[in-house]
Write a protein that binds this ligand. Structure first.
Ligand SMILES: [Fe+2]
Length: 235
């Protein structure tokens, strides 16, 4: 059994309150994963208070954020190495019994921040698939990584939790990742309209896809059963 705290897009006072009231949670968590668009102070606080490595991707707004004494301001932000932890973008990381990969940013919609055209993201996907193959991480028969795989992206997959507008449309090429690598879990952010602040989870070709609005506690048991909830006691 592993337990994950996934966070994305919006800071959550509810999460901070839960963690303060239940200090034992930190001892039971295995992974802290950010799907992007969160400030450095918040991420540093969570990683430090939970004593967990932060594994993250940047969101579309991250490249435009600038820290100041007054907080985060929408201005040029280039400190892309400033976050504490491991950047999963186009990266393959093995932690414990799981492997993790990630893809940052959203679809291109106005050219500002971290945004990619479909063909650019497809190029990221292909280079990562090649990287994994070169590292001999593929199983000899199945063609999949030897360890169960978790994918972390900011943007959603096309047709799964995405919206029709150019900013919130998902990437088609993410479907290739699912077909080739068959991850057990895919965590994404970016879709955080108030009406969606509920558990939004979908199974697509065997992969459990979870929209991480603010935060989610997630567990995966030894049999591969995945639970997701705002409530720590329900996973
Ligand atoms: Fe976003």
């Amino acid at each position: 059994m592993i337990k994950i705290l996934a966070i994305s897009d919006r800071e959550s006072s509810s999460l901070e309150s839960i963690l303060k009231k239940n200090p034992s949670i930190s001892k039971s968590l295995d992974y802290l994963i950010s799907c992007g668009d969160l400030g450095r102070d918040y991420l540093t606080y969570l990683s430090g208070s939970l004593n967990l490595e932060l594994m993250f991707v940047y969101g579309n707004h991250d490249a435009r954020q600038k820290e100041s004494p007054g907080g985060i301001q929408p201005a040029a932000f280039n400190s892309r190495t400033a976050l504490p932890g491991s950047n999963l973008h186009k990266n393959f990381i093995k932690r414990g019994e799981y492997s993790l990969i990630g893809f940052e940013g959203s679809r291109w919609y106005n050219g500002q921040g971290t945004q990619y055209e479909e063909k650019e993201m497809k190029s990221h996907v292909n280079s990562l698939l090649k990287k994994i193959k070169l590292k001999h991480m593929f199983g000899k028969i199945s063609g999949r990584p030897k360890n169960p795989l978790i994918v972390v992206s900011h943007a959603p997959i096309a047709d799964v939790h995405d919206l029709k507008d150019p900013c919130h449309k998902g990437f088609d090429c993410f479907k290739t990742v699912i077909e080739k690598l068959q991850p057990v879990l895919w965590l994404h952010g970016h879709i955080h309209q108030p009406s969606l602040l509920k558990n939004q989870a979908t199974t697509y070709k065997g992969t459990r896809i979870i929209n991480v609005c603010e935060y989610r506690f997630i567990s995966i048991d030894a049999g591969g059963k995945i639970k997701v909830s705002y409530d720590w006691n329900k996973i």
